[in-house]
Ligand binder design. Structure first.
Ligand code: ADP
Ligand code: 5GP
Length: 213
């Protein structure tokens, strides 16, 4: 048995609030974290690598993965299908490794309600203002004006689910948010339920106690 159970660390936010940036920083902080590479039917953006950023698959394959029970969760976002393949997640948490998810509120809700829900840690990232959210989407320089407008229109739908999460952070200063995120992960890892070996240790202490003269 691994020293502790792996956590399913879920980051959600409206597009542009900073979750991918924060996920990357978390991975740099702890390289043992395993990133859940989602499957999607959307086309790769310039620079995105198949198998690293996403598994880029077609709709027919996506449906097969879902019907074969290979998806831990799946949802329709911005007109495309997205889902988290289950086998790598199962393998990682059984080995005591935490898995990081960058998924929307629908996926977060499904994971919380799944058999692995007990190991889920969900964190919602809010922008400091809607104006700043728009500014970040523009300065990211990844999307056309039309796509940015679409993301902005959808952002309230995502934000409106903020209160279903374990933690909510306002990402104003990036370094500060990163520090808070690390604090949350570090504390959650120490929770009693995450440490199956604790009972063995306490039993050993009890045996030692009973041997006291
Ligand atoms: P998401 O993954 O939520 O869509 P990104 O991580 O891609 O968002 O962030 C959107 C843009 O905002 C990126 O250009 C990123 O560098 C920038 N950004 C993220 N957090 C902050 C912050 N706290 N202050 C200023 N810019 C930020
Ligand atoms: P993007 O196309 O910009 O990479 O992602 C769009 C949205 O889909 C983001 O909010 C992202 O978190 C979400 N997303 C990415 N992968 C998954 C997934 O596997 N499941 C769910 N439910 N949402 C996902």
């Amino acid at each position: 048995m691994a020293d502790r159970r792996g956590l399913l660390i879920i980051l959600s936010s409206p597009s542009g609030a900073g979750k991918s940036t924060l996920a990357k920083r978390l991975m740099e902080w702890d390289p043992t974290l395993s990133f859940s590479v989602s499957a999607t039917t959307r086309k790769p953006r310039p620079g995105e690598v198949d198998g690293k950023d996403y598994h880029f698959i077609d709709e027919a394959r996506f449906r097969t993965w879902v019907s074969d029970g290979q998806m831990l969760e799946h949802a329709h976002v911005f007109g495309h299908s997205y889902g988290s393949p289950q086998p790598p997640v199962q393998a990682a948490i059984e080995a005591g490794r935490d898995v990081l998810f960058d998924i929307d509120w629908q996926g977060a809700q499904q994971i919380r309600n799944s058999a692995l829900g007990a190991y889920a840690l969900s964190i919602f990232i809010l922008p400091p203002s809607i104006r700043e959210l728009h500014r970040r989407l523009v300065t990211r320089g990844q999307d056309s004006e039309e796509v940015i407008a679409k993301r902005m229109r959808k952002s309230w739908d995502e934000i409106s689910h903020w209160d279903g999460y374990d933690y909510v952070l306002i990402n104003e200063d990036l370094d500060e948010t990163e520090a808070k995120l690390k604090t949350i992960v570090a504390a959650e890892r120490l929770k009693f339920a995450q440490q199956p070996r604790l009972s063995d240790h306490v039993r050993t202490l009890q045996a030692q106690f009973e041997e006291l003269p």
